[in-house]
Design a binder for this molecule. Structure first.
Ligand SMILES: Nc1ncnc2c1ncn2[C@@H]1O[C@H](COP(=O)(O)OP(=O)(O)OP(=O)(O)O)[C@@H](O)[C@H]1O
Ligand SMILES: Nc1ncnc2c1ncn2[C@@H]1O[C@H](COP(=O)(O)OP(=O)(O)OP(=O)(O)O)[C@@H](O)[C@H]1O
Ligand SMILES: [Mg+2]
Ligand SMILES: [Mg+2]
Lengths: 228, 228
């Protein structure tokens, strides 16, 4: 499904350059559930942004379904981002003026789903993360963990084939974290959705079958692990 | 130092009311280090906002240094918020147009510290959280954990007598989390600063000497614990 070859990402700001990723090479098969771990600043979110077509490599290549993103048109990239890939951002990125339900519906609006279908699927997604009773709250009327769960619901709402979750449980207590991870694994096992998550929590990493570790922009580990 | 009596906080939005806190009663002595834990949505951030004078009770009272916040003038509340209380927000709340260093200097600007003093203290605070090499980056040029650490540095920069940290390590790997917690405990032990932290992490809670648990807006536990 995904293939990364000799990927590098260098940020240039004024006189300073930061090499956030260097010589990253790996492949992910459809239906895999992989966890990415590593110290703060090691390049995890940078890698996730490239996998989600929100950022481009400075060097190297990234192929989705065998096609290089370097050759895709803007419209094709938008199509990928809008529907096939569900993204949970590290900082949630909810629209402050929309309710939880409306936030979950946003990706479906871009795909042109009719209102009734959007509403049904949004409420179902909120129910799966335990927040149907907060559907009409604005983000400012939600706790930190509730905002994070709305972001998870939003990522699931278009039935994506790839879920990229950047620290989906960082603001959640252990019980809620486990239920979110069980939900992700369920989707992965039942519908074959590929899941790549970034986490700082060893327990959350056990829900995947593969572990990749980053350090200073490089891959230092990449192997199968026993699923919990 | 702090006293909370029969505190309640009810949110009213349209037809719905949410009782985020009910009948909260406790006191905190100067120099204590307390951790608050509890499920997502249990009222922790709501309580922290009231302790930090960013929100008011719907019922009950909150006294700082023996004086009820209900009787304080706006200027006195601003004085408390601006200098005596250092706050680490759950969602960091950095100013996007300011560099890491400038963000750390903001509370000191409100207190009228001269530029040279501000710069010195800001760089020292960034050094203590391991980010002196990111002083000139904007928040958008920082990783999630780096943004969180800038927020911690900002909270420390005015030498506050009370630090309120709402999940200060939620986005940090275990090693960086431990160094932040050691820093907080150092400040607490060396200078007698009162520290109240919200955390979802049992390990991080062991850095305090007291543990309070919230559930559905009520206190369900409040006792001394062995410090790690
Ligand atoms: N402005 C508001 N209007 C209505 N309800 C609110 C508002 N702010 C918070 N709430 C609700 O109050 C409850 C407590 O919120 P709070 O942010 O204190 O929880 P929390 O314990 O910090 O949770 P978390 O661990 O997820 O950060 C939540 O159920 C939330 O939905
Ligand atoms: N736009 C940018 N310009 C310059 N440097 C950047 C930019 N964005 C990120 N960086 C730097 O690149 C490095 C990698 O950032 P990234 O966000 O990928 O880390 P991370 O592994 O997700 O960290 P965390 O666990 O703290 O979220 C960091 O050191 C950061 O300071
Ligand atoms: Mg990150
Ligand atoms: Mg909170």
């Amino acid at each position: 499904l995904l293939e990364v070859r000799d990927l590098s990402r260098v940020y240039v700001s004024g006189q300073q350059t930061v090499t956030a990723l260097r010589d990253i090479t790996f492949a992910v098969d459809p239906g895999e559930f992989m966890s990415i771990m590593g110290p703060s600043g090691s390049g995890k979110s940078t890698l996730m942004n490239i996998l989600g077509c929100l950022d481009h490599p400075t060097d190297g290549d990234y192929l989705i379904g065998g096609r290089s993103v370097l050759n895709l048109k803007t419209s094709e990239l938008a199509e990928l981002r809008g529907g096939k890939i569900g993204f949970v951002f590290q900082t949630f990125n909810l629209i402050p003026t929309l309710t939880a339900q409306a936030n979950v519906e946003v990706p479906m609006m871009y795909r042109g789903h009719p209102a009734r279908i959007r509403r049904e699927r949004a409420l179902k997604a909120l129910e799966r993360v335990g927040l149907e009773h907060r559907a009409d709250h604005l983000p400012s009327q939600l706790s930190g963990g509730e905002q994070q769960r709305v972001a998870v619901a939003r990522a699931l709402s278009t039935d994506p084939s790839l879920i990229l979750a950047d620290e989906p449980t960082g603001n959640l207590d252990s019980e809620t974290s486990r239920s979110i991870m069980k939900l992700l694994r369920q989707i992965n096992e039942n519908t074959g959705v590929t899941v790549i998550q970034v986490t700082h929590d060893d327990d959350m990493a056990t829900y995947g079958e593969r572990l990749m570790a980053l350090q200073d922009g490089r891959i230092t580990e990449d192997h199968q692990v026993d699923t919990a």
